[in-house]
Ligand binder design. Structure first.
Ligand code: GLA
Length: 373
């Protein structure tokens, strides 16, 4: 891998790279649409991600070659033009990193499906933030790089996502799920059961949750919180509410806001329950919780589609699957299934036409090559 990237870089830029960083994509096991409501999430880094290969450039010129989308971009270091292109992610990271205005040559390469819901953008931001941090010896901690990447996406690119994707890419641990409280960013790790693996099934639907639909859900959650605050003025986030409070505040909410709030409050309980059942090895209950989580996403949060519901049901009914649900933002992308190890082939033949990624929880963003000397 490293040798292949090094060669490509030399053939593009005619020089040796100084360093190569990697940041993984993520899949969320449970805790959907809770990360912008101060709730719990349980993602894992996967075995695919983005590589950033970097060397000093000529003068103040920044040049980027993207392997996958076959594009080339150039701009002047210290300037941050917004172009609506992949370069915006990099310019956002450079801006919030307060990186010196120095020229760079950059090669990007990713084995993640772009825009498929496995956080290709967060992995690009994280890999680049890490590379910049290393190259300029900025000495920032991973948590700070998460914040920089998150700002790049929220404020520069303008997609108002929560913190989960960047956090999972930066701070995951091999063989574990990341149990993150998005309210105070405290986290710990839950060992992933040794007899299972993660199967990510492509729904084939690429109706990307456009930022308008995503932002609409955020707005509906905000309305619910506002209504709750009429009775509970000190409530900080939707995740601080419980069912009783929701019922009390129901008369002040429109029906849509109420359903969204029901999802968030119940989803937080499901994350905690799933963590407990994973720790105690009760896979039967794990399966039940996954089922309820999908139902809530479909009926209360309304980010699924009938054909996705059918596919989730089919996958869930397989005897060697311990739970399946739509993962990520919704309206397409991937279904996550907890699959018994050794059943990969049987699973594939059951879903003959589907593209499936099998992975275990992997480690997080890292520098994978640094030029000696
Ligand atoms: C997208 C966002 C995340 C999160 C999920 C839904 O992936 O980037 O921050 O909100 O949707 O759980």
């Amino acid at each position: 891998m490293i040798e292949g990237l090094r060669r490509k870089f030399i053939s593009r830029f005619g020089k040796e790279p100084s360093l190569i960083s990697f940041a993984p994509g993520r899949v969320n096991v449970i805790g959907e649409h809770t990360d912008y409501n101060g709730g719990f999430v349980l993602p894992a880094a996967i075995g695919k991600g983005t590589y950033v290969v970097l060397a000093p450039g000529e003068g103040k010129k920044i040049r980027v070659s993207s392997e996958n989308i076959g594009r080339w971009e150039e701009w002047e270091a210290g300037q941050y033009p917004k172009r609506g292109s992949f370069g915006d992610y990099l310019r956002g990271v450079l801006l919030y990193s307060r990186a010196p205005a120095v020229g760079l040559d950059i090669l990007l390469s990713s084995d993640l499906p772009i825009g498929g819901g496995l956080s290709s953008s967060a992995s690009l931001e994280m890999a680049f933030a890490l590379a910049v941090n290393e190259f300029f010896s900025l000495g920032r901690r991973m948590e700070e790089l998460v914040e920089i990447s998150h700002r790049a996406e929220n404020e520069f690119v303008g997609v108002k996502c929560g913190i989960m994707d960047q956090f999972a890419s930066a701070l995951s641990r091999e063989g574990h799920l990341l149990f993150l409280n998005t309210k105070n960013l405290s986290y710990n790790f839950v060992p992933f059961p040794g007899n299972l693996l993660l199967a990510l099934v492509d729904t084939g639907i690429r109706r990307r949750l456009s930022s308008s639909q995503y932002n609409q859900r955020r707005e509906e959650c905000r309305r619910a919180l506002q209504a709750l605050r009429r009775l509970f003025p000190d409530l900080e986030t939707l995740s601080d509410a419980d069912e009783e409070m929701l019922l009390a505040a129901r008369p002040y909410m429109d029906e849509v806001a109420y359903k969204r709030a029901v999802h968030v409050v119940s989803e937080n309980q499901r994350v905690e329950a799933l963590v407990e059942f994973l720790r105690s090895g009760d896979l039967c209950m794990v399966e039940k919780i996954m089922k309820l989580a999908h139902l809530s996403l479909s009926e209360d949060f309304e980010v699924s589609l009938p054909q996705i519901d059918r596919l989730v049901e089919k996958i869930s009914s397989l005897p060697y699957v311990y739970g399946a649900r739509l993962t990520g933002a919704g309206f397409g992308g991937y279904i996550i299934a907890l699959l018994l190890r050794g059943k990969e082939k049987t699973f594939l033949s059951e879903l003959s036409t589907r593209h499936v990624i099998f992975t275990l929880p992997r480690g997080s963003a890292r520098i994978i090559y640094s030029r000696p000397g």
